[in-house]
Design a binder for this molecule. Structure first.
Ligand SMILES: [Zn+2]
Length: 180
């Protein structure tokens, strides 16, 4: 079970495990807006699993910066191949070491770009210059990610979230958007 976290101004912010959400409740950082029917029981507590929670403040979560991950690289790049510019669902994207690992390139924000499979294949183990390809934008370390790029599999969006976000389906991926 996942919990949809909303910003203080009620737009989708993140999706976390219910365990994380319960921790946030006990820390007093969120208020619960919707619950699942399932109960969570332990010797000391019994509560219904949180479905939607609103953060009271955003600051502490944002300060940590954006974790380096495949999906966050795609989000930073708007799910667009940084060579040909085509926008693709997640399963049709790969990530590219701009300076290939065989030439000492590291797996860091500044050296990883979203890439479609055909461009990835074309580039191979070469730098963009060596391959005669041009990056649309040099990769960088993002300070935050635009919330409209919170992607989930469409079947992972439970009915309890209706009214708090709308989903735009893109193949197997669902894009969580603010309502209104
Ligand atoms: Zn491409």
């Amino acid at each position: 079970m996942k919990t949809l976290l909303l910003t203080p101004w009620m737009t989708p912010h993140n999706v976390v495990s219910w365990e994380t959400a319960v921790t946030l409740i006990f820390l007093g950082k969120v208020e619960i807006l919707e619950e699942y029917d399932e109960e969570i029981r332990s010797p000391s507590i019994s509560l219904r699993a949180p479905a939607v929670a609103r953060l009271k403040k955003l600051v502490s979560l944002v300060k940590r910066g954006v974790k380096f991950s495949r999906i966050n690289v795609f989000s930073r790049d708007n799910f667009r191949c940084q060579y040909c510019g085509s926008r693709k669902p997640m399963r049709e994207l790969n990530y590219d070491h701009v300076i290939p690992r065989t030439q000492g390139g590291r797996t860091v924000w500044e050296n990883i770009a979203t890439c479609c499979y055909p461009c990835n294949e074309r580039k191979g183990s070469r730098t963009p210059e060596q391959a005669g390809m041009k990056l649309i934008r040099a990769p960088f370390r993002p300070r935050s990610l635009p919330i409209s790029h919170l992607y989930l599999e469409a079947h992972q969006v439970p009915p309890e979230w209706n009214g708090y976000c709308i989903t735009a389906s893109d193949g197997g991926d669902a894009l969580l958007l603010a309502t209104g």
